[in-house]
Design a protein around this ligand. Structure first.
Ligand SMILES: Cc1ncc(COP(=O)(O)O)c(C=O)c1O
Length: 349
């Protein structure tokens, strides 16, 4: 459906704000369902078709469900998506618009129990995990993320970035992207590998790295995050492995920082992202501030989804919309008072 081939957009204003040479957003909001999950869905559902799957099934309340619903529709396969009561918003509407059978469970844990029975007894093709601790998504889908690495390398004229910074939930995208870089290195297309960074919420990867744990631990849910798409409290083994092999690190991000970067990147660079998509900027700012990243580094962030996927958090943080009548003089006064707009200095003669 035209997934992938997304722009690698330079962000000069954000780069100078952070004090780093080159900062890019791999703009995944341009995909057919407005998120990077289309790479996973395209790959997983193509394989499902090849294997003769009769039903696509997923447990998701967000972008993954929306993507598989669209690609299942395109493949002409029925799609069942389990979500839970309380999950809300545009992404559920999006799944239903594509004709998926979306079911809400009262207890969050039931999503996996139901999906597991469908998979084991009826041969439903799962695109998401269905037992815990989460092991990551469908491995054929994760292969689809290798294209992120191929594209970034090609777009940078085969100069590998120093860092790739991703918002992480299960770490599927990071694992797939890393695999893509490894392949290109083995083929001799690139001569080195980037360092991978997990921008996370509750610190599962950060704790595993700091305490040298074998697997990411389950963390307490200390607060409600605005970045609901990456709100898992426990990471996956393979994503931790990538962080270690790439000499990477993990940074936990707060709601205030997510909102600050959401408005900065939207208002100064023209890219409006879902809160999760801004987590990498919080991480880059932190890593540059603590000297882990150098001023001369080249950094690629994964801008995972469009802001219209979850506009409520943005709307809540905004002041009331100013109301004007038809009078131009009053309008200029309101523009000056509310936005600091200088109508005299900006007049075109
Ligand atoms: C917008 C967005 N960003 C990032 C992620 C994290 O994805 P992953 O599981 O590949 O780490 C998700 C996952 O749901 C997401 O929806």
């Amino acid at each position: 459906m035209g997934e992938g081939g997304t722009p690698l957009t330079p962000l000069p204003r954000a780069a100078s704000k952070i004090g780093i040479r080159d900062l890019y957003a791999k703009d995944e909001s341009r995909n057919p369902t407005w998120s990077f999950k289309d790479r996973l869905a395209s790959s997983a559902i193509s394989v499902a078709k090849e294997l003769g799957a009769r039903v696509i099934a997923s447990s998701s309340s967000g972008n993954a469900g929306a993507a598989v619903a669209a690609y299942a529709a395109r493949a002409g396969l029925p799609c069942i998506v389990f979500t839970f009561q309380g999950a809300a918003g545009p992404m559920l509407t999006q799944m239903r618009a594509y004709g998926a059978m979306v079911l809400s469970t009262r207890d969050k844990a039931d999503r996996w129990t139901l999906l597991e029975r469908g998979v084991r007894e009826f041969g439903w093709f799962p695109t998401s995990p269905f037992f815990g601790p989460a092991v990551g998504s469908n491995p054929f889908g994760i292969e689809g993320y290798k294209t992120l690495a191929y594209e970034v390398a090609e777009q940078l004229d085969w100069q590998v970035p120093d860092w790739c910074v991703l918002p992480i939930c299960y770490g599927d995208a990071m694992v797939g992207m890393w695999k893509g870089f490894l392949e290109m290195k083995a083929w001799g297309w690139i001569d080195r590998l980037p360092r991978m960074v997990a921008a996370e919420i509750y610190g599962s990867f950060g704790k595993a790295l700091a305490d040298n744990l074998a697997a990411p631990p389950a963390m307490p849910k200390t607060h409600e995050t605005l970045a609901v798409s990456i709100g898992a409290t426990q990471g996956t083994f393979q994503a931790l492995d990538v962080l270690r092999r790439s000499n990477g690190c993990a940074v936990s991000v707060s709601n205030a920082d997510l909102l600050r970067w959401q408005s900065t990147i939207a208002a100064q660079e023209g890219l409006y992202g879902e809160p999760s998509a801004l987590a990498p900027f919080v991480a880059v700012e932190h890593l540059r501030g603590t000297g882990v990243m150098s001023a001369g580094d080249r950094v690629v962030t994964l801008f995972t989804a469009a802001g219209i996927k979850d506009p409520d958090a943005t709307a809540r943080a905004l002041p009331e919309l100013p109301l004007v009548n038809g009078e131009f003089e009053t309008t200029l006064r309101v523009l000056a008072e509310q936005f600091g707009f200088d109508s005299v200095a900006t007049t075109k003669r």
